[in-house]
Design a protein around this ligand. Structure first.
Ligand code: MLT
Length: 403
């Protein structure tokens, strides 16, 4: 008789964005005449940049001729893409070699899968609130202990609260973690820490023998000079950090799917190389991102691609600025939106995050994301994304102002 992975039974509800999707669908079915504006999930709305479209077309044509056709991609990804990624790191002064780059179908998969190479006995530390995949994937693996419905916390997870009281800067935990997840600029708060503060985390991890899983998905949105674009800008990071990168937010690949993970060769546990372990795992369980998509990824790093994507990022950051100013003028307390495309606000009149979600959906027909969905310290907060169109962003703001 087969047995199930009981860890799945411990997971509360469904994945955050699936729950939101179901709620919004139910509302639209009951109110077909209402025009909903979605500023919930961080999904992009602008079309792919011309340089990327051109690369895609060219690669599709190559697939139509036997001489230029491509089958399985190499395990780690095509060299042309890994070399482009390495050059990009070099421009930031980070010395990464192509065999430290693992191309994948997106940072979400990597952020969920990376925990597999660590012992189930490891203890994880997460910022609270944070992107739910880190905790959920560790819960599925049986690393998080038991879930307490009252506190909405796992017994074996170290939570590092990031709230307005500490300027959203995580403090070193009292108990020593083995694996530390940092997503900076942060999803969902849209806030970040300085390079100096990040380098203190690197020193801390090296000191206590922890590994940092560093999710840099929103790096392209950094506008302040004192913020690091990669954890490898910090000395010593190659002995303690794995970096996850996405093409979704900087290049609009949410529906195209492409990402990469950097596992430095210096990162070791005793004699065992994490790079070799991840290579083994990648080779066994993954057959490569499509050739066409990897060519599109290469175009992201081309001169034209970079210029076009800078404009796209500016477009979304204009939305962020409109939301931030508009909400402030309307009396809301708001954070983020300077180095990230997310605005994090205090819910008005002490509403819970989900109460405010319902209130906004029903009265303004605007969808956002309840802060508590990202962790217990997110309660009483709410996230709006700047990834909508400019017109929809302004329309949503107008509706919220009128409430
Ligand atoms: C979010 O809205 O938090 C993200 O877009 C979800 C994701 O990247 O998977």
């Amino acid at each position: 008789m087969f047995q199930l992975n009981e860890n799945f039974q411990k997971l509360p509800g469904s994945y955050l964005f699936s729950t939101i999707g179901k709620k919004v669908n139910a509302y639209t079915q009951a109110n077909p005449d209402k025009k909903i504006i979605r500023l919930g999930i961080g999904d992009v709305t602008q079309p792919l940049a011309p340089a990327i479209i051109e690369a895609l077309h060219k690669a599709v044509d190559e697939m139509a001729a036997a001489e230029t056709f491509h089958g399985y991609a190499p395990d780690l990804g095509y060299e042309f893409l890994r070399n482009a990624i390495v050059s990009d790191y070099k421009e930031r002064g980070c010395d990464i070699s192509p065999d430290e780059v693992f191309v994948s179908d997106g940072a979400k998969s990597d952020s969920g899968n990376i925990q597999e190479i660590f012992s189930v006995n490891n203890r994880i530390a997460v910022c609270d609130p944070v992107y739910p995949v880190y905790v959920d994937s560790n819960a599925m693996a049986g690393r998080t202990g038991d879930y307490n419905k009252e506190t909405e916390m796992w017994s074996n997870v170290i939570y590092m609260p990031c709230t307005m009281e500490n300027d959203f800067v995580p403090e070193f935990p009292k108990e020593t973690p083995d694996i530390i997840y940092l997503c900076l600029p942060n999803n969902p708060t849209g806030t970040t820490i300085t390079k100096e503060q990040l380098c203190e985390w690197v020193d801390y991890a090296n000191r206590v023998g922890a590994v940092i899983i560093y999710d840099a998905a929103y790096e392209a949105y950094i506008s302040e000079d004192n913020v690091a674009h990669s954890i490898y800008e910090c000395e010593g990071a190659k002995t303690c950090a794995i970096e996850l990168k996405s093409f979704s937010k900087n290049a609009g690949f949410t529906g195209v799917r492409l990402g990469y993970t950097i596992v430095p060769k210096e990162l070791k546990s005793g004699d065992v190389s994490l790079n070799a372990m991840w290579a083994r795992r990648h080779g066994t369980k993954f057959n490569g991102a499509p050739y066409i998509v990897q060519r599109a990824g290469e175009a992201v790093f081309s001169r034209e691609g970079k210029a076009q994507l800078k404009e796209q990022v500016a477009y979304y950051m204009k939305n962020a600025s409109e939301i931030k100013t508009g909400l402030k003028d309307a009396g809301y307390t708001v954070f983020g939106g300077v180095n990230a495309p997310y605005i994090w606000l205090k819910t008005p009149e002490r509403m819970t995050s989900w109460e405010f979600f319902d209130y906004l959906l029903e009265n303004a027909n605007v969808v956002g994301t309840p802060g508590s969905g990202f962790g217990p310290s997110g309660e009483g907060y709410f996230r709006l994304t700047a990834f909508g169109s400019y017109e929809n962003t302004l329309a949503a703001l107008e509706r919220i102002r009128k409430l």
